[in-house]
Ligand binder design. Structure first.
Ligand code: C2E
Ligand code: MG
Ligand code: MG
Length: 277
């Protein structure tokens, strides 16, 4: 009744019971998934606009014993709500850093990007976590990129500004994910130490039909001297359009979806990846 705007009467239905039970079992299973080793990182290749493989975005998956691969769009919000994102987020940072070092040791120079969630950024653990990860893995912070979304930067609070400044001073690069889908107060672009702007898939999709906004975003990035990454590139004509306008990097199904590590390794063995001198 509250969900319907309060001041109402609602009858409990069997469907509600099923939904509640589903949600409770999901929560329960999530609480054990980390210790059971059910999380896995997939990596989506990131390429320069002229097709050199230069990086990867780590995207978490939950390999559920019965449900199969569960998308982060389903379980990350639940983890946020029930306070699990801190632990899972720390696991993501550690695993991504370890993988970056493994590739480095194999002679591949790849920047690994990972996604941070609002709670991680708002909390007090992140700096300690990344320091511990850098110490234990030997990963160079300059080879990791931390993705945050616009809405996480809206508040302009001192905590966020200090945190991002410290992370940036340690060498991490900070990227804005899904750019253009959040709010329109662009002041944060100059207030925070942002290096990269990831142009949201919707603006890439618009290329060829209504690309005015995409054009504006590219122009703005250039004026602000930001590194530009296009997300969700699916067609060759989109890539050509982005290349013509000087966008630096891209990722998307055109080249590859996110891959399990073994498949990414296979790709590395056949691709002309940049080798460490
Ligand atoms: P995102 O960071 O914007 O990641 C890009 C999403 O677009 C990924 O979905 C990727 O599989 C998908 N994608 C990539 N290329 C294409 C394409 O060409 N076409 C289409 N249609 N889709 C493409 P995914 O892996 O399901 O992740 C969804 C979202 O979940 C991510 O969006 C990110 O916000 C969140 N997420 C993923 N991993 C993590 C994590 O470790 N921590 C946190 N906090 N969030 C995560
Ligand atoms: Mg991302
Ligand atoms: Mg994105």
């Amino acid at each position: 009744a509250k969900d319907q705007g309060r001041n109402a009467v609602a009858a409990f239905t069997p469907a509600m019971k099923a939904a509640t039970e589903h949600r409770m079992s999901l929560e329960n299973e999530l609480r054990h998934a980390l210790e059971r080793g059910e999380f896995e990182l997939f990596y989506q290749p990131k390429l320069t606009i002229d097709n050199r493989l230069v990086g990867a975005e780590a995207l978490v998956r939950w390999r559920h014993p019965e449900r199969g691969l569960v998308s982060p769009a389903v379980f990350v919000p639940v983890c946020e709500e029930i306070g699990l994102i801190g632990d899972i987020g720390a696991w993501v940072i550690e695993s991504a850093a370890r993988q970056q070092v493994r590739w480095r040791d194999q002679g591949h120079r790849l920047q690994v990007a990972l996604n941070l969630s609002p709670r991680q950024l708002a909390g007090t653990q992140l700096l300690d976590t990344v320091r511990a990860v850098v110490a234990s893995t030997g990963c160079d912070p300059r080879s990791l990129e931390l993705e945050v979304t616009e809405s996480m930067l809206l508040g302009n609070d001192l905590h966020t500004r200090r945190l991002l400044t410290q992370l940036s001073e340690m060498g991490f690069s900070i990227a804005i994910d899904d750019f253009g889908t959040g709010y329109s107060n662009l002041a944060y672009l100059q207030r925070y130490p942002i290096r990269t702007l990831k142009i949201d898939r919707s603006f890439v999709q618009a290329i060829g039909q209504s690309s005015t906004l995409t054009e504006v975003i590219v122009m703005m990035c250039k004026a602000l001297n930001l590194h530009m990454v296009a997300e969700g590139v699916e067609r060759a004509d989109q890539l050509a359009w982005l290349a013509e306008r000087g966008v630096h990097e891209y990722q998307g199904f055109l080249f590859s979806p996110p891959l399990p590590v073994a498949e990414f390794d296979q790709l590395l063995s056949v691709t002309d990846a940049r080798r460490v001198a």
